[in-house]
Design a protein around this ligand. Sequence first.
Ligand SMILES: C[S@@+](CC[C@H](N)C(=O)[O-])C[C@H]1O[C@@H](n2cnc3c(N)ncnc32)[C@H](O)[C@@H]1O
Length: 293
Amino acid sequence: MSFVEYSDLIRDGDVAIVYLGHESMMHVKVKQGAQTQTRYGVIRHSSDLIGRRYGSKVTCSKGGWVYVLHPTPELWTVTLPHRTQILYTTDIATITMMLELKPGCVVCESGTGSGSLSHAILRSVAPTGHLHTVEFHQQRAEKAAEEFKEHGVDGLVTVRNQDVCKDGFGVSGVADAVFLDIPSPWEAVRHAKAAMKRQGPEDVRGVGRGGLRGDQHPGGPAEGPRRADRLPAAARLRRRPLRSDRRRRCRPHRDQASDPRRLEDHHPAQRDARSHGVPDLRLQTQDLKSSGF
Ligand SMILES: C[S@@+](CC[C@H](N)C(=O)[O-])C[C@H]1O[C@@H](n2cnc3c(N)ncnc32)[C@H](O)[C@@H]1O
């Protein structure tokens, strides 16, 4: 069993999801001889789980039944043990889409927290990508590393126990995307920039538009005229104004119209990102929402 590959049969050592109802699921570590209590009675791992197909309907000792599902990042998000606040699937979907994650991408994230986002990133970048995840809380970092191993994804991820604001991601010039879910992301912007992939002579890393995606740093004004013909399609598309930008330009809010600062200048992360030459920082989802995204 691995969170990034599907297997047909439940095996000893797997992590399986017991589905009692849409609002009620739990994960179990499948172990020969072990039992799991549910409100419908006991599930005996040796006879009820091991060797059965994922998706099977299993009858518990009191006669009620449950489904036993293959784990996915989405099911893990709703059943994981919370060590921190976590990101949920709706926000994770937006994040993975905006970062344009795909197999082979190298991603840096901090903090690891409970690993909810990490699992989704891992599935997106598998089988050839890598996640560098940084968490300064030692027990959280250790627990995440342990779970990645149990979930068969440890080969795709490096967990570092350090302060991302002081020590960065532990890698430089490799990342296609960076995501920060920490209380003060602006303090890690220079490390985010250092972690990004370096581009060709015209595409100076971190200077042009494109925020924290390594393949979207066309040369900014300081680098002379932009070479649209040499940019990947995604970067060319990205330079068009967002619909929200257009709306803001056409119908400014009354307060904004009289305020010489633009809406996004109100957020310290945006100001700091700009002073580091990263004008389009992808903020935490909460910040994106509050800044009118
Ligand atoms: C909100 S949680 C992240 C949740 C995670 N995205 C998830 O979906 O499970 C924030 C985490 O960042 C960690 N953190 C905060 N500041 C940090 C820093 N400067 N360096 C590394 N980790 C940090 C905290 O210990 C906490 O575990």
